[in-house]
Design a protein around this ligand. Sequence first.
Ligand code: ADP
Ligand code: ASP
Ligand code: MG
Length: 417
Amino acid sequence: MARLVLKFGGTSVADLDRIRNVARHVKREVDAGHQVAVVVSAMAGRTNELIRLCREAAPMHDAREYDTIVSSGEQVTSGLLAIVLQSMGIDARSWQGWQIAIKTNAAHGSARIQAVECEVLRQRFAAGQVAVVAGFQGVGPNNRVTTLGRGGSDTSAVALAAAIDADRCDIYTDVDGVYTTDPRIVPKAKRLDRVSFEEMLELASLGAKVLQVRSVELAMVRGVPIFVRSSFEDPDADQTRPGNLPPGTLICDEEEIVEKQNVTGIAASKDEAQISLRNVPDKPGVAAGVFVPLADSNINVDMIVQTISADGSTADITFTVPAADYDRALEVLRADREGIGFQSIEGAQDVVKISIVGVGMRSHAGVAAQAFRVLADKGINIRAITTSEIKISVLIDSAYTELAVRSLHSAYGLDEN
Ligand code: ADP
Ligand code: ASP
Ligand code: MG
């Protein structure tokens, strides 16, 4: 007998038929004798709709009320799934974040989980009841409902799995695992059997939205294995293949991965914008002059490139900021034009960050050089570069996103044969 957390995303619970299908997955695990807690997202499109309503009500609105509204999608799904499970003869009960309680900080809209008090759930488990937990939501220090940021149900699931010492957290979604790149952009993408926590963390932060970044962070810290699989598989297919794992991807420790590739995956992120400052005097303290005010305004700077003029007296500084902070960043810099001393400021939002990730890069030279060659051959200009031990990111024009991802995917031998 194992203790499992099963999480079902928005497309998996998009309508009642899909919810019935989800219930069959749950029933299979219950029938196999496992203790099961389920985490659900809002029905597909519902969260977007609720966010739109908030914006229509008032473009600038109270974040506490935003959370009250957008958390409601998950409440509906948890109740619906509990009803369907009950109608199948399974003892099930829905739980909202505050009822468990999933305690978070007060950062409404992107709250962090601080503690999961699951004593009640443990008691229900012992009595054989299935808990259906509304994902994405928690309760803040003032007893108000909070939400965990877009895609946050993944984090609810992993946090719950850690709290109840689950053997595994199964993330059911609309693809049957983690692929070498988004299978919707590159149909030739291959499913990966295993991905290390570290690689998944990079892939998720760099644009692969299959798992929320924080869920991977938490799984890595708390040692919770995650299995990503499709909810669209026939729920009973496993029973006809005893001992066979269904198609899917296990996110686990690097030591558990035997075959290490140089490059595991490629991700694309449109969440960044570029800013360039021209003709900044090249003297000590200039970088601090640019980046300290941005940091003080809570704006994260990612890629940075500095080029010096031929006579060495001035420099151009190019960097990226989150797309959502673009306008604010320009404002902060313009306000300090005299202090920083730049001649002009330019920005671009039609850019994309393409990243190549793989733990094998630690021991293999030439991975970056190969990327630069591939992009050059396609006539794609690189605006900025950043690297870490297991990733290389390049900033390019967004018009070339698909061409770049596909070409790199082939060049690193990731295409499905
Ligand atoms: P859910 O609603 O189940 O949480 P999401 O839409 O958040 O599902 O995440 C699943 C989607 O992630 C897939 O439909 C796929 O398009 C996208 N995706 C992006 N990169 C990858 C990748 N490397 N592997 C698998 N899916 C990916
Ligand atoms: N429903 C929320 C969202 O769309 C949370 C989730 O699906 O994980 O972001
Ligand atoms: Mg998701």
